[in-house]
Design a protein around this ligand. Structure first.
Ligand code: ASP
Length: 584
């Protein structure tokens, strides 16, 4: 049974709550006209909509209202005549009769029908989001989002976390994306940054003895917008003291379980863990989509003594695409082009037949090698095998992407496959200047057993250093990440040194945090995950814009308010700013 909040103000009931039990009651309802039908001059029907649903109201006589007018209807609830009940409507067994209708607001015809069954152009929907929000899909999504937020809050509070708000106008944060900046009027030439995350502040709350911090935080990153990303997004942001990875994973898992239960009713078990190494080896990705197989299979051994030049001395892996032998030559050429674009030197394909492997390279391989491939990949006739030979990272990367390209189900199918990926490397590579590139922000604690590798001076050793960082993945999507933080100055200095952040830069960027650490920093660890994507998957939406009340378009614009827009020259003058003509 749905529970409805008490009606107040101009209404006595919600449209959507009326049931046969209300029959005989005089009710006042407020809402929008979803539809009006006249039966001759003496009978009119209004389908009245509010956020809780729709109910049919009957007026004896004619009534001058149109779609989307705002009205107040007063009448008596009655059971619908035999044979006229509407099973598609929660209120379908009743109607409100003897209605009087008071027009509160007239309305122009809406730019698109307020009807989930009719697809409207997204630009038009966003331009008139206030109309779009009346559709039951948006009503349902935004309410699911509110349920998710409230379940997350409750779970964090039950686990002893304290909600703390951190500022929006700050100095730059270390997440590594571009900042949105806000000019300071009182200090012309100086700028605030909008937070990419509350990272440094939450660490300061640990030095401040808060012990368990959380916030549903707005984060802003000026990154190029890919299909499904917004400049601003919401995270559940968490930090705790005197704990390590296991406790953080446990408490975030608990919050995820509570949220999933509240929104979908699904009881999740323990969220499985996988090491980064295993994820890369089996799925070629640090955010593996484990909803489907097609895992990467090691073939290096099969070619240990090969005379085939392209495979000799290389790491070789393959994937098996069930039924893929049907793919056309054109599609195979297209996959080969893609593999090259992703960094491979080439792609070997093999169509599995009863006795042989049909492939342009088959003639270069020995019978043993061909049999070895079949065996290792458990090939059956009709399959397609795809092989890549190169350095390990390239092989993993390219096959990982091919696997997704050929096997990935739509994001919202196949249930909710949460996965913890742990034991990330501290550095993801070495840049052109020979400097290690951090896989997370520079406050991530290396694995205690790998501290010696940090100072050995050998770049290969650096790439072997594990970090105490962990990601939460859902259906192949990185939902969030976190780490145990460095709270020791000597370790932090070593890391800054390796990253080429000198004393002066460290002071300028994070001086306040380093200062704070001089006054008693507890060991601490934390995590943050994105709420937009989570809610989208929980309600079965592919696009996160469907779960955001006022999103921006893919080009970062807001068609509703016209942001971003030029500002008055007077405002610029006050800020000491001048806009240069666009270059190029
Ligand atoms: N601040 C990090 C992020 O926003 C998460 C964390 O390390 O807690 O990605």
């Amino acid at each position: 049974m749905t529970e409805y909040p008490p009606a107040w103000g101009m209404r006595t009931h919600w449209c959507g709550e009326l049931r046969p039990a209300h029959a005989g009651q005089t009710v006042s309802l407020c809402g929008w006209v979803a539809r009006r039908r006249e039966h001759g001059e003496h009978l009119a029907f209004i389908d009245l909509r509010d956020r809780e649903g729709i109910v049919q109201c009957v007026v004896d006589g004619s009534v001058d209202v149109r779609n989307e007018w705002v009205v107040r209807v007063t009448g008596v609830v009655r059971i619908r005549p035999e044979g006229t009940a509407n099973p598609d409507l929660a209120t379908g067994e009743v109607e409100v009769g003897d209605c009087t209708v008071e027009v509160l607001s007239t309305a122009e015809p809406p730019p698109f029908p307020v009807d989930d069954r009719i697809e409207a152009d997204e630009a038009v929907r966003l331009r008139h989001r206030y109309v779009d929000l009346r559709r039951s899909r948006m009503q349902r999504n935004l309410r699911a989002r509110a349920v998710a937020n409230s379940a997350l809050r409750r779970s964090m509070e039950e686990q002893g976390f304290i909600e703390i708000e951190t500022p929006m106008l700050i100095a730059s944060t270390p997440e590594g994306a571009r900042d949105f900046v806000v000019p300071s009027r009182l200090q012309p030439g100086s700028f605030y940054a909008l937070p990419q995350s509350p990272q440094l502040f939450k660490q300061l709350t640990m030095v401040g003895g808060i012990d368990r911090y959380y916030q549903i935080a707005r984060c802003l990153r000026d990154e190029d917008l890919r299909a499904d990303r917004q400049f601003e997004f919401m995270q559940l942001d968490v930090e705790a003291s005197f704990v390590g990875q296991d406790e953080i994973i446990a408490c975030i898992s608990e919050a995820i379980r509570a949220c999933t239960r509240a929104v979908t009713g699904t009881e999740l078990g323990e969220i499985p863990r996988m090491s980064w190494h295993e994820a890369m080896e089996r799925y070629g990705s640090d955010k593996p989509d484990v909803r489907f197989g097609m895992e990467l299979v090691e073939l290096t051994e099969v070619f240990a003594a090969t005379g085939f030049k392209a495979f000799a001395g290389q790491v070789v892996k393959g994937i098996r695409v069930p039924g893929g032998a049907e793919l056309s030559r054109k599609r195979l050429d297209d996959l080969t082009d893609k593999a090259k674009r992703w960094g491979a030197k080439g792609l070997v394909w093999m169509r599995v037949q009863e006795e042989s492997l049909d492939s342009p390279v088959a003639k270069f391989l020995t019978d043993d090698e061909l049999a070895g491939i079949r065996r290792a990949l458990e090939a059956t006739p009709g399959d397609l095998l795809l092989l890549v030979a190169d350095e390990r990272r390239v092989v993993q990367h390219v096959l990982g992407l091919l696997r997704l390209e050929l096997g990935r189900p739509p994001l919202t199918e196949g249930g909710l496959n949460y996965l913890w990926v742990v034991d990330f490397p501290l550095f993801e590579g070495i840049d052109d200047d020979g400097r290690p590139v951090p896989a997370h922000h520079p406050f991530t604690m290396p694995h205690p057993d790998d501290l010696d590798l940090l100072t050995s001076g050998d770049p290969e050793d650096l790439l072997r250093v594990r970090s105490q960082a962990y990601d939460l993945v859902l259906n192949g999507w990185e939902l969030g990440s976190g780490s145990v933080r460095i709270h020791r100055r000597d370790v932090q200095q070593t890391i800054f040194g390796l990253l080429g952040i000198d004393e002066e830069e460290a002071r300028a960027r994070f001086g306040f945090l380093l200062d704070a650490f001089r006054y008693g920093a507890p060991p601490h660890a934390g995590f943050a995950f994105g709420i937009d994507r989570l809610v989208a998957l929980l309600v079965g939406e592919e696009n996160i814009r469907e779960v955001i009340a006022f999103p921006k378009t893919q080009s970062g614009a807001d068609p509703l308010t016209n942001a971003p827009s030029p500002v008055d020259p007077k405002v610029l003058a006050e800020l000491g700013l001048r806009v240069l003509p666009p270059s190029g």
